[in-house]
Design a protein around this ligand. Structure first.
Ligand SMILES: Nc1nc2c(c(=O)[nH]1)N=C([C@H](O)[C@H](O)COP(=O)(O)OP(=O)(O)OP(=O)(O)O)CN2
Length: 198
């Protein structure tokens, strides 16, 4: 079974080398919608694949990091990168260009790591990230599956190569969240007290 949670953020970028002229050499923004799809073949004690509320912790924080932020490819012109950092408190440096395709892949890699490092507390079974859909506009989206996220032919995305500005990190529920993720620390879901025994 699949479940889906929708997130939204507003973001500015340039996508270098693409065919659309407006896109490749002018800073522009999009109202992104990101769909996170989880898959499981058993249900938790609440008879859910994974409580939607649990997705409003670290997963939401990582996606919300991109809200009101500028993203740039770390291979872009150093002058442009320096200006982004100087004039925007909220920025994210990415190891890949910020196309819809790469947003979907990048979110897959980060959310996959978050889920793997989350200690389940309500009998969740085999919850796995199925795919991530990044809608750039109302009419265009990219969907990344596991094979895409870790496909080196599409560019390697390592956690350590995604850099969030200090302001972005400060606004997280836990400002040390990304450092903990990279260090392999576990994130504990809150314990659940059963009211009804099956
Ligand atoms: N495969 C992709 N194609 C394009 C991407 C992308 O990320 N992946 N990105 C862009 C631009 O960022 C552009 O702003 C969005 O393109 P487009 O859909 O053409 O935008 P419109 O606002 O013109 O959309 P309409 O709904 O068709 O009016 C370009 N391509």
């Amino acid at each position: 079974m699949l479940i889906r949670k929708l997130f939204k953020f507003e973001n500015a970028h340039i996508v270098r080398n693409c065919s659309s002229d407006r896109c490749r050499r002018s800073i522009h923004g999009h109202s992104y919608k990101v769909e996170v799809l989880l898959e499981a073949h058993a249900l938790d004690q609440g008879q859910m694949v994974y409580d939607f509320g649990l997705m409003k912790g670290t997963i939401k924080d990582v996606i919300d990091a991109f809200d009101h932020a500028i993203c740039f490819w770390d291979k872009d012109d150093p002058d442009y990168i320096a200006l982004c950092k100087t004039f925007s408190a909220r920025w994210i440096s990415m190891p890949v260009s910020p196309s819809a395709e790469q947003f979907a892949r990048l979110f897959f890699v980060v959310i996959d790591a978050l889920l793997k490092q989350t200690t389940m507390a309500n009998g969740e079974g085999d919850v796995l990230l199925h795919s991530v859909i990044a809608h750039e506009t109302d009419t265009g989206y990219a969907q990344a599956f596991r094979d895409d996220a870790y496909n080196p032919r599409m560019g390697t995305i390592a956690l350590a190569d995604i850099v969030f500005s200090e302001q972005v990190q400060m606004e997280w529920q836990d400002p040390a969240m990304y450092a903990k993720l990279q260090a392999g620390e576990l994130f504990a879901n809150p314990p659940v007290e059963l009211q009804v025994r099956p």
